[in-house]
Design a binder for this molecule. Structure first.
Ligand SMILES: Cc1cc2nc3c(=O)[nH]c(=O)nc-3n(C[C@H](O)[C@H](O)[C@H](O)COP(=O)(O)OP(=O)(O)OC[C@H]3O[C@@H](n4cnc5c(N)ncnc54)[C@H](O)[C@@H]3O)c2cc1C
Length: 458
């Protein structure tokens, strides 16, 4: 008698409808999750020749965290003298797996053309995203790059005949002996639905919104910490680690589960690039290099009184990242003079003046004697000043399912689980302890693309 495993429990095939066991798989490729990685996987599976492709998405809309992203994508592209080797070396220095880092960096170079072919309109310049170590980031230049990537991938997937089923979460994986043979989903009436497929790609995102799950590895990250995807706790955040649980239940390995990234994002920051902002503590003094990597930024903020900071820029900078919504809700305010700014921030005007004077002198010389910052795009001296409080939010979980460079899911001993692939934030081990700015979207697109191609071949 044939055996199948659901969520680690063994069922006999007799529990399935009689015709089911003998049936041909209905799908060539099943994708769980319609974020950046899942949509990229579906598109690339279709481009590689798979015909019957379905994406199950638990939310009522496609996009996941990807649709919320401001849009910095890292690419190993030439103009700054940068290369894939340098990009990979930075990731490895953060503890990332060398083979995965090399794949990410090398394959990143092809992303701009691939996405442009689907309608993404890139801004023709490289910039240095906040949290990035070099000017290797691209974006559409609008305030909603993530939305534009999702829109392009979604349209392309649908044009290629991919079926996208919304409000249908994947609950567990079906297996036959060692191989994954399909998924079980929950229908809108709560009933289980069984779907056989030749290959399954998990692209369900991270687990930052699952408080018990994140506390298993980081007990201090209790419910008082919000996610940057849902800063008020009222929007809903699908990053609940479903794919990780499903893969672990059938014996997949997990990597770097305690590595989580907390960043300032939903408050006073209005720039996606490093160079046009300064960050001040509650006394009105700088306390960190604003172009440091996210790990150093996090540590520095954690050591400030109230674990808060002010983000401050002026009229000259190029605003992004939802400034309209931030100003409408009062998160970001403006002041027409340093005096008014000091009053609003409740800091000493003398301290603030001297902070700005010192900073502007160093920005003119492009040399930060205090914190070693190297990215300067302007001085901060032209009213109105834009400012607001920032706190750390859980932005991204770096740990997840162990994969190889072909996005194949691995057991703890390194053996492949046939038929199962994972891509995007649900996979672990790529970034190590510190995800560099722009590398998450690149991971979703690069490994989503690889997973789709590999699943189609399989
Ligand atoms: C506000 C914000 C801004 C960001 N900005 C940037 C940026 O500019 N640059 C950058 O590199 N990174 C950025 N990031 C990080 C980056 O966006 C994410 O790491 C990346 O988009 C993850 O892509 P993904 O496809 O793996 O997951 P997601 O895009 O989150 O997609 C996962 C999808 O799976 C669905 N899902 C979950 N469970 C199930 C289930 N059981 N069944 C079916 N579907 C399921 C979810 O609903 C979701 O739609 C940002 C993150 C946030 C929150």
């Amino acid at each position: 008698m044939q055996r199948r495993d659901f969520l680690g429990l063994t069922f006999l095939s007799a529990v399935l409808p009689p015709a089911f066991a003998a049936e041909e798989p209905a799908w060539d490729v099943i994708v769980a999750g319609a974020g950046g990685a899942g949509l990229a996987a579906a598109v690339s599976a279709a481009e590689a020749g798979a015909r019957r492709i379905v994406v199950f998405e638990k939310a009522a809309v496609v996009g996941g965290h990807t649709i919320l992203a401001s849009g910095s994508v890292s690419v190993a592209a030439g103009s700054s003298g940068d290369s894939a080797a340098e990009m990979a070396a930075e990731i490895v220095a953060s503890g990332g797996d060398p083979v995965l880092a090399d794949t990410l960096a090398r394959e990143s170079a092809a992303l701009p053309v691939w996405l442009a072919g689907m309608g993404v309109r890139w801004e023709p310049r490289l910039f240095r995203a906040v949290g990035s170590l070099a000017a290797r980031n691209m974006s559409t230049g609008s305030m909603r790059g993530g939305f534009e990537y999702v829109q392009a991938l979604n349209a392309r997937a649908r044009a290629l005949g991919v079926e996208i089923r919304l409000c249908e979460p994947v609950r567990s994986l079906m297996t036959d002996e060692d191989c994954v043979t399909g998924v079980v989903t929950a229908g809108s009436d709560g009933t289980e639905r069984f779907h056989r497929g030749r290959a399954v790609i998990l692209a369900t995102g991270g687990f930052g919104a699952n408080v018990p799950m994140r506390r298993r590895w980081r007990p201090e990250l209790d419910a008082t910490y919000r996610t940057t995807a849902d800063p008020t706790g009222m929007l809903g955040d699908g990053a609940t680690g479903d794919g990780i649980d499903m893969a672990a239940a059938i014996g997949a390995g997990l990597a770097d589960m305690d590595a989580m990234q907390l960043i300032p994002y939903n408050g006073g920051r209005v720039l996606d690039y490093a160079g046009g902002e300064i960050w001040l503590n509650a006394e009105g003094r700088r306390f960190v290099s604003e172009d440091a990597d996210f790990r150093d930024i996090q540590t520095a903020i954690e050591h400030q009184p109230g674990r808060m900071m002010w983000a401050l820029t002026d009229a000259k900078s190029r605003k992004g990242a939802g400034i309209g919504a931030k100003m409408a809700s009062g998160i970001v305010k403006t002041a027409d003079s340093i005096e008014a700014l000091a009053r609003a921030m409740e800091v000493s005007e003398d301290v603030l003046r001297s902070t700005l004077e010192r900073y502007n002198g160093m920005a003119t010389d492009k040399r930060d004697l205090d914190f070693g910052r190297t990215a300067f795009t302007q001085t901060i001296d032209t009213p109105p000043f834009y400012f607001g409080i920032e706190r750390l939010g859980i932005h991204m979980t770096l740990g997840g399912i162990t994969v190889d460079e072909r996005a194949r899911v691995l057991r703890p001993d390194g053996r492949i689980i046939p038929g199962l692939y994972a891509a995007g934030e649900t996979a672990g081990g790529i970034h190590g302890r510190n995800r560099l700015g722009g590398n998450a979207l690149t991971e979703a697109f690069v490994f989503g693309r690889i997973a789709g191609t590999e699943a189609a071949k399989y």
